[in-house]
Design a protein around this ligand. Structure first.
Ligand code: AMP
Length: 142
């Protein structure tokens, strides 16, 4: 059930305009209105799903295929040598629009956008403890 105020559902229905670059039966891709780099595209499922965790696994192949196809095209169109795929889930992770979407962000050498470097774990035991906690959480899901 889609929320009445979902801006991406309104784009899918044509109630709000977008700079569409790709569409198939399940997926829509359009330019982000506030690009992180030139050519920044959003790939969304046409059906409303709030985030990654709400996405049906059955949509995965269509979304991945669109990311690859549109990603290659946007890199060629803007002359980029790389591409970041970013996907935010929940406000703490920077999600602002609660209709699942993938950001395709074209990259060029020296473009100044900094996503990394990360901070290494302080020690091997700390890293092993995090990995064990994730494996335990996965086991409790199964
Ligand atoms: P997120 O922070 O992952 O939820 O990203 C939401 C993205 O949607 C932001 O990068 C916005 O610039 C973009 N956005 C919001 N409204 C529109 C719109 N009407 N058309 C295109 N992009 C939009």
């Amino acid at each position: 059930m889609e929320p009445a105020d979902c801006i991406f559902c309104k784009i899918v229905k044509g109630e709000i305009p977008c700079a569409k670059v790709y569409e198939d039966g399940q997926v829509l891709a359009f330019l982000d209105i506030a690009p992180v780099t030139p050519g920044h595209v959003l790939v969304i499922p046409k059906a409303h799903h709030a985030d990654l965790f709400a996405l049906p696994d059955s949509l995965g192949a269509a979304l991945l295929a669109a990311q690859k196809r549109v990603g290659r095209a946007v890199m060629a169109a803007v002359g980029a040598s790389g591409l970041n795929v970013q996907q935010n889930n929940a406000a703490s992770a920077g999600q602002v629009v609660f209709h699942a979407h993938y950001h395709l962000i074209p990259r060029r050498e020296g473009d100044g956008l900094r996503l990394w470097p990360g901070t290494p774990y302080a020690d091997a035991a700390g890293m092993a403890a995090v990995a064990a906690a994730v494996r335990e959480a996965l086991a409790s899901l199964e």
